[in-house]
Design a protein around this ligand. Sequence first.
Ligand code: PLP
Length: 389
Amino acid sequence: MNDNSSHDQSTRAISSGRRANEHGLAVPIWATAVWESDSAEHAYDMAHSVGPDDFYSRHGNPTVSAFTDSIADLEDAESALAFASGMGALASVVFGLCSAGSHIVATKQIYGTTTTFLNGPAARMGIETTWVNGGEPGAMAAAVIPGRTMLVIAETPSNPLLDIVDLDELGAIKGPFTMVDSTFATPFGQQPIRHGVDLVLHSATKGIAGHNDATLGVVAGERELLDDIWRYGILHGATASPFDAMLALRGVRSLDVRHDRQCSTALEIARRLQHHAAVAKVHYPGLADHPHHDLAARQMRRFGSVVSLQLANGDGYASLVEQLQLVRCATSLGGPETLICESWTTTHSGLDEDSRREIGINPGLIRMSLGLESAEDLWDDLDRALSSL
Ligand SMILES: Cc1ncc(COP(=O)(O)O)c(C=O)c1O
């Protein structure tokens, strides 16, 4: 944490992450793979220190550190580490903390590629995962095997049904490390570390960088734990690029206002979609009928910029895409453009059909990331396209 801590989070988003700036207002891009040492002794010291910013870019880079300083500040964490993508961050945490024979507890309602990673490469390396229903009180703690469970991983709000996991309950689990994928919330939506959770992970590709022009992941938490992950991360090599880190730090500066606007639009569109004849169900934690609305209201500052909807006609997605003029078909979220994707055929297509259906993902379930366009223009486009189905 830097000395910014007495300020509001919105102020900290502007003042944090400036140690590499010198007199520039914006962070310079340190486009160098390596630094020259002025003595053999210095080179030795750098090669044997954790996270040096002036040795070799896989070990550390001042532009990347400026970004991670800022995220640590916004998450009320001691430290943060950046990676080449959200999945690079996840893989580095799992392989950095677990060994063959380790056990993980993870919530079923999670990004499909995370499931594929844990059931695929992690399982092949002898790391076993028990899947639990994140919305069921006590389920995460009950699945912990003392002495074997290294990590409890939850995603909240979850992708794509926006289920909410109780952060206090997760933070109260002692023994294993606990981690939240907080991508859908951003640091302005919730701060899991304040609930006692050990690690918070973001795909910064999404709302944090916020313009669909950078691919980046970040994990925040206690320095000692992150140092251990760093020791593995430099071997894994999912190194964050200084160019993407610059874009993400630029995104942080405007994140609060972008997120605020996107969340308001999401709530407005979710309310209207509830009354549309072509829509069977709307999932949004800001709606009073969402099963975890009260929990979301307690632990989140904003309900997020993603709304999911189930088409009444499960086969209607392709026609909807053809009819939409403003809303774009693309598999991401958190950027300025409003995007839709069908989870069945994109984010969760790596899971077999039964596993998809078990977690509520059926054909015609659409994830919509609300962008920065006018809510009225978006509604006109959606209403017209949905009415044509
Ligand atoms: C919730 C969540 N976590 C992690 C990831 C992976 O992030 P990346 O695509 O940056 O690897 C994604 C990507 O969509 C995501 O939605």
